[in-house]
Design a protein around this ligand. Structure first.
Ligand code: MEZ
Length: 539
């Protein structure tokens, strides 16, 4: 352990026996409200401003997202030849994570030709970063109704009830499908699915593949897509603009080949956007648990064709992001560790919140401890509190941490930290966009031909998602969007390919007196060198 931590660790160890006996009550609603409004980043007014034009004009969001929505198209004013599309397909899926892969498989099952285009490689996504599990009511003492009630409570009753209803009701079928594809869910000695409890839930309903659940899901989804020869996959080819027909329906997209910078025009009868979340915008300067590609690309693309966003101003800061060593900053330390009994402890050796409160409340409580001087500062100026992981072995016997959390053991082990024996420093990390493009129960948007699935969409989680509901969301709505998009394609002709929506968008921008600060979608985080900046590239 680094020297600067030793004196604090001694305090932590001295209080462990006492803490084990302590039962921390859950907060009353009024206390939750107080800690949230004072310390949660979503309530920091100076981080927000109103969107100046478009479908969400007047709604508040963070500066980073407002700039993206009001950004101009990367197409600039260069003419694009739309007369000879490189591909003509029934269903175009944008995004190669869990939701995109599922949507492609289901659209193909619907008998339609499918092209899946993805910004990085197939599978490079937030799905593979998901650790703790997927919520499904499988036990006898549980039900989709109970799951619904928990998610509503966690989401501050802002969830779209119709979306949430189908999500919890489809969940048991989804788990059967994943099981049939070969996902290796944890099971007990009798072969029954094992369940864990997540924060903010009344029942243990989290199914997991150790602490790399998303990785295992993506493993089988990726294989399934690759085994389906009739699904065409193009990698390193993100969408930079959608295309619309005379009636405003989405009729295709312009992709950019990241290697050659060439544009690729695709004509499609239905387009499904499943490009994930926004963590790599580092909203309010937070570190992030998100994948490199998580630059919120769906939001400006959909906004420009006139799709409304729901809750564009709410984000999830996962309570336990690593802050030390610096190379790990932002990395997710799964909630499954708190669900397994780890304590959150301040520098005085005190627990300060029930570790299984909903995420936004735990996040706000950690920020409060740090702001009020009860955190620990790292040599590089980050502040955080302890996550006492060794207490799990103290309570359950040696070897439990290693057995249950092999992914975490490995990630910290690379930096010489043995989490079974040493506590780790954590602070909230930007993890999830609670809001997104407004959808109906089949992933449909208000724009004909445009479907959105997974983290890019919003509404199902209200303003605070519960652990494990994201892996469920991506598969449920990937499935529904894939099926609905295929059904539409079966009964539609290809539409004209135009950029009429972009002209209208630019006219609205001009009328609002807005000068764009950036082009969007961003595609890569600002600190990543663009292909055009590569050594030897004269452009
Ligand atoms: O759903 C999630 O965000 C999740 C399971 C994260 C985690 O803590 O592992």
């Amino acid at each position: 352990m680094d020297d600067f931590l030793k004196e604090y660790a001694a305090v932590l160890e001295a209080t462990r026996a006492h803490r084990i006996k302590e039962a921390l009550p859950l907060l009353r609603d009024s206390d939750k409200e107080e800690v949230l409004t004072r310390f949660h980043p979503d309530y920091k007014r100076e981080a927000y401003r109103a969107i100046r034009f478009g479908p969400n004009q007047g709604d508040e969001t963070v500066h980073e997202l407002a700039a993206l929505l009001e950004g101009d198209s990367p197409l600039g004013t260069d003419p694009v030849d739309l007369s000879q599309p490189a591909y003509q397909v029934d269903v175009l899926v944008l995004g190669g994570g869990g939701s995109g892969a599922t949507a492609a498989l289901k659209a193909r099952e619907g008998g339609q030709s499918v092209l899946l285009a993805t910004k990085l490689r197939l599978g490079d996504s937030n799905t593979v970063m998901a650790e703790g599990g997927i919520q499904v009511a499988v036990r006898e003492d549980d039900s989709p109704v109970q799951h619904f009630v928990d998610a509503m409570h966690g989401g501050h009753y802002k969830n779209d009830p119709a979306l949430l209803k189908v999500m919890v009701e489809d969940a048991p079928f989804i788990v059967n499908w994943l099981d049939s594809l070969g996902v290796l869910f944890d099971r007990d000695d009798d072969g029954n699915l094992k369940v864990k409890k997540g924060g903010g839930t009344s029942r243990a309903r989290l199914l997991a593949c150790k602490d790399y659940t998303g990785l295992d899901l993506m493993r089988v989804l990726k294989d399934s897509v690759l085994n389906e020869e009739s699904i065409r996959v193009i990698e390193f080819a993100p969408a930079i603009e959608l295309l619309t027909g005379a009636d405003g329906a989405v009729t295709g997209a312009v992709l950019r080949n990241l290697d050659t910078d060439q544009r690729i025009v695709v004509q499609a009868k239905s387009v499904i956007i499943a490009t994930g979340g926004i963590g790599r915008l580092h909203i309010q300067n937070f570190p992030t648990s998100n994948h490199f590609g998580a630059t919120g690309d769906a939001l400006p693309l959909c906004y420009r064709v006139g799709a409304r966003l729901t809750y564009p101003g709410t984000f999830q800061y996962h309570p336990t992001g690593a802050i030390h060593p610096e190379q790990m900053a932002g990395l997710l330390v799964t909630e499954a560790i708190r669900s397994g009994g780890a304590h959150l402890v301040n520098r005085a050796g005190q627990r300060f919140i029930n570790e299984l409160e909903a995420r936004d409340v735990v996040c706000a409580a950690i920020i409060r401890e740090c702001m009020e001087g009860r955190g620990i500062e790292t040599p590089l100026g980050r502040h955080g509190v302890w996550l006492d992981i060794p207490v799990i072995d103290t309570m359950n016997g040696e070897g439990v941490v290693k057995r249950r959390y092999p992914g975490m053991v490995r990630k910290y082990g690379r930096h010489g930290i043995n989490i079974a024996a040493e506590p780790v420093l954590i602070y909230p990390t930007l993890h999830y966009q609670n809001g997104g493009v407004q959808i109906g129960t089949n992933g449909e948007t208000e724009i004909p031909g445009l479907y959105v699935a997974g983290e890019a969409s919003g509404g199902v989680h209200g303003t605070n998602r519960l652990m494990g509901n994201s892996l469920l969301d991506i598969i449920v709505f990937g499935t529904r969007a894939g099926q609905a998009a295929a059904e539409r394609a079966a009964g539609t002709e290809h539409g004209a390919l135009t950029l009429a929506h972009l002209e209208q968008f630019r006219a609205q921008m001009k009328a609002a007196g807005v000068t764009p600060e950036t082009t969007s979608p961003l595609l890569l985080p600002n600190y990543v060198r663009r292909p055009s900046e590569a050594v030897g590239n004269a452009n």
